[in-house]
Design a protein around this ligand. Sequence first.
Ligand SMILES: C[S@@+](CC[C@H](N)C(=O)[O-])C[C@H]1O[C@@H](n2cnc3c(N)ncnc32)[C@H](O)[C@@H]1O
Length: 291
Amino acid sequence: MQGNESISPDNVSPEEVRQFIKLLKEEDGIDFSGYAPASLGRRIAHVLSVTGVKTVDELRQRVVADKGFIRQLVEGITVNTTSMFRDPLFWSALRNDVFTALTHHQTIRIWHAGCSSGEEVYSMAILLHELGLQNKTIVYATDVNERSLSEAKEGKYSVKSMNEAIAAMRLVLPESDIKTYTRSGYPGSLHFKRELVRNVRFKKHNLLSDPVFYKFDLILCRNVMIYFTQETQDKVIALFRESLLHNAFMATGSSETLSRTGALNDFELVNPVEKIYRKKSGRNTTGSAPY
Ligand SMILES: C[S@@+](CC[C@H](N)C(=O)[O-])C[C@H]1O[C@@H](n2cnc3c(N)ncnc32)[C@H](O)[C@@H]1O
């Protein structure tokens, strides 16, 4: 493909995907080479149709001239779909299989990797509060997408999200009322109280290039690795293995199928339906917590 040839938004070729990855790496340092090419091609097509870019030359010019445009590209490529208490059975399994085991720990450290706009973070905060574990828990909520992360910090969601959240939460915590956790004066939306996330540190973090955090009892990384190549999934799971304490837990998306090879061999599957894993003993981390 020549730089001035038109990119087809309907069908981005593997060569165009490769050029796109190269351009972003050169101009911004962000590396999308670990993402599965087919879904990356679809996301690039989506971004091109939204931004109206027609050729690689035009793409290069805009990227060079406007750093904000790179953010727009990155945000368009990363899939940010999420919801509160997404897959309600997962949250019940988390309570029964994980928090029952962690309840006597002095502190509980959780890394919520790929938290998107934060709905899962607020779901987790509510669950911890209801279980009486919030005061001894520290949560790191991270994502590569800055816009999603600022929405997560704000913790303000629409009417549609509110209705979905109420229905999903009823399945997980039937006795509880989401309104206990929201501010009054925002009718028809969910605007969470700041104290609900007082023990949460929101932080921009790229799983494929940034240093990892350490000494976790639980890592949640749901519906994120599904977009990576198998090799990259294995690298990320190896990072998580190093970040987790002895016998600690890791949860992926219920519909995510990760290859049972490589670093995943060091985990046992404690809940095969909800994809909750536990690190086998003898694989403790030596690192220290950076925060
Ligand atoms: C589909 S959302 C999943 C959100 C949430 N975990 C859930 O299951 O509802 C995937 C998230 O992964 C993030 N993501 C993609 N690549 C990433 C990377 N390299 N490092 C960190 N986060 C990444 C995206 O920005 C997006 O917010």
